[in-house]
Design a protein around this ligand. Sequence first.
Ligand code: MN
Length: 250
Amino acid sequence: MPLLLLTNDDGVDAPGLKALAEELAVLGRVVIIAPDRDNSAASHSLTMRRPLHVNELAPDLYAIDGTPADCVMIGLAKILSTRPDLVVSGINPGPNLGDDINYSGTVSAAREGTLLQIPSLAVSLGAANGEECRYQVAARQAALLAAEVLTKGLPPDTLYNINVPNRPAEALKGVRYTRQGRRLYENAIQETFDPWGRRHYWIGGGTPRWSEQPETDVQAVLAGYVSVTPLHLDMTNHQALAALRDGRER
Ligand code: MN
């Protein structure tokens, strides 16, 4: 029976994690190893300046007072007795599209799995702020893709970044394999003042605007498709590298 490590960046109590655990249970044994609280936008950070504590909440359910990447790293090395067949991260309540992948704890947990040479998936729901999340629908889609990856595997050093539109199942148009899109510049820093008149800055909020280029994750989700972007660990710009080596214009 396949062993699946399930994690997220929203914390062990998040409803997206629960929905995904239920759907993945049909594929194998699911062990949840997740941060004990919300770690959204933690990216790929590791906790190195304090010790980490693992809390076994129930059989196959662990909370760690660390980041999503900590959970995958500690989970593989110290909690699981055998290597998992799959690492799944999510379901994040908001989308992880385009440039936002760089900040995402959800995607980074899957990237950590890939670094440790386990096929890994990140799953996010394309829900806008305040919108009711259709986790069940996204969990079903994720489980279908997980089943496929369990049998076929993934290309080397590659993870799937999956984004599911927040729609009823019958309104989904299918799966599209996509490239990473771009977020347009947006000033999402709020300026606030505390009771003593001191100025502060709060990152976040605002409504993201996207460049709707063809074949991208952004465009697929807007059009009602489940977007699957194969992300590579190698961030080298190979075209630029070749040009640099040839001494050509770039
Ligand atoms: Mn999150």
